[in-house]
Design a binder for this molecule. Structure first.
Ligand code: BGC
Length: 417
């Protein structure tokens, strides 16, 4: 594949001039950060660029985990009218890079030593054929269980560490008339939960072979039957209006005490903070049952499209902004994630983010840092979509676990072809 090579590297002074001279610079950015906490985080970037005299043209496409945004982006690129930049998850970066659609950020990355501060697992998605093709904004952890502390205290419950404990706590909550699990029935949310259950029941090695490698034996194993059994049990713990609900509305149920728990990535923390609640105190954060010591991750990247001469300086400035230590800190404080740079001190972050920073280091050492399937870091879009379909069909029907396992294996196999 070919990349358009960027010519020289801009010096700080040259950039300053460029920014003042051409106040008409603008970037059109396609993204899916439309929930309250997400929009607040995005504002940090907009303001940062405004201070450099770069105008932000917003192209928001609502829809959690970026499914709708991905469709919109494809349509724009196919029509020959790509945005300046787009928010992408890891596998999307890889697929767009393979299609030769992304701008090359290598000169900026080398000048600013991104290679020294971005964890290897993230670099794997940010680079293609030895070139940097995307700037990582953050690291999210999708395998969190969020708990309404007041409800748990009133019920005399402890945070569950296994699925058995989870089921026991949820049954008690249900008997007390409280919805145990805040959930939104959308394929990506169902699969966020599924990822947790696969990891929690099977452990890191099983997750790796079944989900990342798509190994047919793991996919059709007895362990996978148990995973679907647990998914069926979870279906009994959600309220009757769960279908189609957006994730942030499910988080709102957790915050206002309508539900006791939510299995969701730490973008939920953006909502917690906005509601003036304290993560780790009012809303507890613990690893999803059975996943202590392991870390599912996903990173939001910005990648550059429409790489014309006219745009290049502004685009590179966008990449510089995203990777600056100040921005990484300010943005992630609001977004709920941790920085994509390892050189940002955790002191100003909340208790959950500090735990995340410790846990990611531990997981990395133990070979238990794993890409999230639901959030585009485990499989190609085609295989991901095939798994979404089976998980969601199972969750919304009375399909047996054995049938689900069989369908899963067939779906993955045909999507791999
Ligand atoms: C993204 C997050 C986003 C979440 C909900 C994830 O895939 O990485 O940035 O907040 O989806 O839309």
């Amino acid at each position: 594949m070919t990349f358009k090579k960027t010519a020289g590297i801009l010096t700080g002074a040259a950039l300053g001039c460029a920014a003042t001279a051409a106040s008409a610079q603008s970037v059109e950015v396609l993204h899916w950060w439309t929930a309250g906490g997400e929009a607040a985080a995005l504002n940090v970037l907009k303001e940062d660029l405004a201070s450099k005299d770069i105008d932000w043209q917003d192209m928001p496409v609502a829809g959690g985990a970026g499914e709708a945004a991905s469709t919109a982006l494809k349509a724009r690129v196919t029509a020959g009218n790509p945005p300046t930049a787009a928010q992408l998850l890891g596998m999307q970066v890889r697929e767009w890079a393979e299609a030769g659609a992304l701008g090359d950020l290598t000169s900026v990355a080398e000048e600013e030593s991104w290679g020294d501060v971005v964890p290897a697992a993230v670099q794997e998605f940010a680079t293609h054929d030895g070139a940097w093709v995307a700037a990582p904004v953050n690291i999210h952890r999708p395998n969190w269980l969020w708990i309404n502390a007041k409800i748990f205290e009133e019920q005399g419950l402890e945070p569950p560490t296994t699925w058995e404990e989870f089921n026991a706590a949820a049954t008690q909550l249900q008997e007390a008339g409280i919805t145990p699990l805040a959930h939104g029935g959308q394929p990506w949310q169902d699969t966020t939960v599924f990822d947790d259950v696969v990891l929690g029941i099977g452990g890191p090695d099983f997750y790796r072979s079944a989900i990342i490698e798509g190994d047919p034996e793991a996919l059709s194993s007895e362990t996978m039957v148990q995973v679907f059994d647990q998914m069926r049990t979870l279906r009994g713990f959600v309220d009757e209006n769960f279908s189609g609900r957006d994730w942030n509305l499910a988080t709102a149920m957790l915050l206002n005490g309508e539900a006791a728990m939510q299995l969701m990535g730490d973008w939920a923390k953006g909502e917690i903070v906005r509601a003036d609640m304290v993560p780790g105190e009012d809303i507890l954060c613990v690893p999803a049952p059975g996943t202590d010591g392991a870390y599912l991750f996903n990173t939001d990247f910005f990648a550059l499209f429409d790489v014309s001469e006219d745009n290049r300086e502004t685009q590179q400035e966008l990449a510089r902004s995203v990777m600056s230590p100040e921005f990484q800190k300010e943005f992630n404080l609001v977004k709920g994630s941790i920085p994509a740079r390892t050189d940002i001190p955790g002191d100003d972050f909340d208790a959950c983010a500090q735990t995340a920073m410790e846990d990611i280091a531990e997981a990395q050492e133990n070979d238990a840092l794993l890409g999230s399937l639901a959030h585009g870091h485990a499989q190609t879009s085609a295989v991901q979509r095939a798994i979404f379909d089976v998980v969601t069909e199972h969750f919304n029907s009375d399909m047996s676990s054995e049938d689900a396992v069989e369908e899963l294996q067939i779906a993955v196999e045909s999507a791999q072809m």
